[in-house]
Design a protein around this ligand. Structure first.
Ligand code: NCD
Ligand code: ZN
Length: 348
């Protein structure tokens, strides 16, 4: 009989990719992320997007103001890259400690990406400036060409956009965000230390069948969309491999029920309520609990050249049911695994 483990202690983890939104949604979702994680890389795809140092600073202030009084949480801000971004604005944001990184959304790839980049050529001056500063570029790695099958868009992006960019500007430090394919795993694993990837909890847990199980499941629709089982397995191998190149990024992306359960629903899965518990469950299943701390708490800070957190968290073996909904104003959000029983519970 394998020994029964009743508690998992970890250095406090960070979330290297999260959507906190703004206003009432921010107030509703932030306490969950702040409870689970010490720091988070905050996505800039607000309406309008965060494209200036002033906007980044103001958004950070709104996040800090929305924190529960006893929370010790540090939001790490990102600048939304557009064709018109001024390299000096990005550099100033970095030097003034406002922007940790820059986010590249190919135009129209995902939620609130209409202002995204239309071609790498147009943003080369910004990327060159960032390479000089050592400032990371965070990439939503999907082509938007409507001719490309939606399940192939990540793999095609690597061939058509990412690999040429890395050859053109090898000094640029890049995080390929929320990877979903074996191709991405292999590409990142075989590259040098300046390319890393985040992996979400939901892409480790579901494959594309889950989106259609018994009927269409809008709350399991996100971008990049979940892929075939062989890709989920590759992601699990990467996350639990011990490689420094893979680290935790939830891509928790809340949308109101009305925006999900509709004829043209938004992409995004809200995992902030139970992300670390799900990662723990997965690492336990993979008999890799000894590697969870590296994935959740060490590899990310190392890539971002930040110290790991000092504090610790404990997860206990305790069954609990994920709430069906969380409310804000007149709206509600359905969390990932709503109504399901989880095996691990974050203490405190
Ligand atoms: C994100 C969102 O809702 O902002 N949605 C998603 O499906 N992940 C955008 C993104 O990160 O692609
Ligand atoms: Zn995202």
């Amino acid at each position: 009989m394998p020994e029964q483990i009743d508690a998992i202690a970890l250095r406090r983890p960070d979330d290297w990719h999260v959507h906190l939104r703004d206003g009432g949604v921010l107030a509703a979702v932030l306490p969950h992320t702040a409870r689970q994680f010490a720091r988070a890389i905050v996505m800039p795809n607000l309406v309008p997007p965060v494209t200036t140092v002033a906007a980044g600073r103001a958004y950070r202030e709104r996040i800090l103001a929305a924190l529960p009084p006893d929370a010790a949480f540090v939001p790490l801000m990102t600048c939304y890259l557009t064709d018109a971004t001024d390299p000096e604005e990005v550099a100033r944001g970095h030097q003034e400690g406002v922007f940790t990184a820059v986010k590249l959304y190919p135009a129209h790839a995902t939620t609130n990406s209409a202002h995204g980049v239309t071609s790498i050529d147009r943003v080369m001056p910004v990327l060159e400036r960032m390479a000089g500063l050592g400032m990371p570029l965070l990439v939503h790695g999907e082509v938007t060409d409507p001719e490309v099958d939606v399940f192939d868009r990540e793999a095609v992006f690597i061939d058509r956009v990412l690999d040429p960019l890395r050859r053109r500007l090898p000094e640029l430090r890049i995080v390929l965000e929320h990877i979903t394919t074996e191709e991405a795993v292999n590409y990142v694993a075989s590259s040098g230390p300046d390319l890393a990837a985040t992996i979400t909890a939901h892409h480790l847990l579901i494959n594309r069948n889950a989106i259609f199980a018994g009927g269409i499941r809008p709350h399991l629709y996100c971008l990049p969309v979940a892929k075939r089982e062989k890709h989920r397995r590759a992601l699990r191998r990467a996350a639990t491999s011990g490689s420094e190149k893979f680290f935790l990024g939830t891509d928790s992306a809340p949308h109101a029920v009305a925006a999900k359960e509709t004829a043209c629903g938004c992409a995004g899965i809200f995992t902030a309520l139970c992300a670390i518990e799900i990662y723990a469950e997965i690492f336990k299943e993979e008999v890799a609990l000894d590697r969870l701390e590296a994935f959740a708490s060490l590899n990310g800070p190392k890539f971002y050249k930040l110290p790991p957190n000092e504090g610790h968290i404990t997860l206990r073996r305790e069954a609990w049911v994920v709430p069906e909904r969380i409310g804000y104003g007149d709206n509600t959000i359905v969390p990932f695994r709503a109504g399901e029983t989880l095996r691990w519970r974050l203490q405190g």
